[in-house]
Design a protein around this ligand. Structure first.
Ligand code: HEC
Length: 275
């Protein structure tokens, strides 16, 4: 063994242990003034102005191109102003559709909380009648459940929430729906309503009737060639309309669905959509 190597390495070892001792000394410094090293602080109930300002800056950096300067939406992405924190956090980590995902490495948990509180702080735009019809199917279910809660119709709210579970695969949303169902089961419609509001992220478009929700869902089911689902919603539409007689397009559409003639059924349902 060459002596030089030996000496160099022992010098190196000496330097290393000096660093170790130093760093150990640093670690044993009193940390009373520092916050404890827990994972992530829970989201404060009311986000501070500073938190929202941070979120705004992050939004301008990462989201503005697709969602517009005030979250109003662009050709590249829908409006996001007023979205609930849950909706934003889920979409950002695990997006549906075309939006790129932002993993932790790119956007930390703390930054995501800031972003989510910024978007939640913006005034939610009213959903115009034409736009809501493009909303994801599960949102329509939440809105229907919400309408039922407001009408104090617990069984109907439970029905729509259970139906929504068919469309939801994200665990956060499933948990939210199950929580709302639990609250409804104990008669706590008030909190169930809040839970559903959190799920949907945006307020229900005002002035849309339950039959209209059902007819939009009928059309979607027809486009997906799902006879069972289309019949289900058409029957709901039928019982929900105040009309004494079932409108002819409903009878015809049910008939076409029974014959698996989805194309003709779509024409009939289209008349109801326009009517
Ligand atoms: C490259 C364009 C693009 C970027 C960048 C982008 N988004 Fe999106 N975002 C989309 C699109 C497209 C959708 C619609 C996804 C769908 O449902 O098909 C979307 C949907 C959303 C939604 C759900 C809206 C709804 O109505 O359900 C939220 C919330 C959202 N984005 C937040 C963000 C945030 C926060 C950022 C920044 C961290 C961001 N987005 C960055 C394109 C983008």
């Amino acid at each position: 063994m060459k002596p030089g190597v030996c000496c160099r390495s022992s010098a190196f070892a000496g330097a290393l242990s000096a660093i170790l001792v130093l760093s150990l000394a640093c670690q044993s410094q009193p940390t009373a003034s520092l916050p404890p090293l827990v994972s992530e602080p829970p989201m404060p109930m009311t986000p501070s102005a500073a938190m929202i300002a941070e979120g705004k800056a992050l939004y301008a950096k990462s989201c503005v191109t697709c969602h517009g300067p005030n979250g109003e939406g662009t050709a590249l992405g829908p409006k996001v102003a007023g979205h609930s924190a849950l909706a934003t956090k889920t979409q950002v980590r695990n997006p549906r559709g075309e939006m790129p995902a932002f993993p932790q490495l790119q956007l930390s948990e703390a930054h995501l909380e800031q972003l989510a509180s910024y978007l939640a702080s913006l005034a939610p735009p009213q959903t115009p009648a034409q736009q809501w019809e493009q909303a994801p199917t599960e949102n329509i279910y939440y809105w229907m459940a919400m309408a039922a809660v407001k009408a104090n119709d617990t069984p109907d709210a439970q029905h729509h929430l259970r139906d929504s579970l068919v469309y939801i695969d994200k665990p956060e949303y499933r948990a939210g729906v199950n929580k709302a169902l639990d609250l409804l089961a104990t008669g706590n419609t008030h909190d169930a309503g809040h839970e559903i509001e959190e799920l949907v992220g945006t307020p229900a478009p005002s002035g849309i009737s339950l039959p209209r929700f059902h007819i939009v869902l009928t059309m979607r089911a027809l486009k997906a060639r799902d006879a069972g689902e289309a019949t289900h919603h058409l029957k709901h539409f039928q019982t929900r309309t105040a009309l004494k007689e079932t409108p002819t397009p409903v009878i015809r559409a049910l008939d076409f669905i029974a014959k698996s003639d989805f194309h003709e059924a779509e024409h009939e349902v289209d008349k109801l959509l326009r009517g």
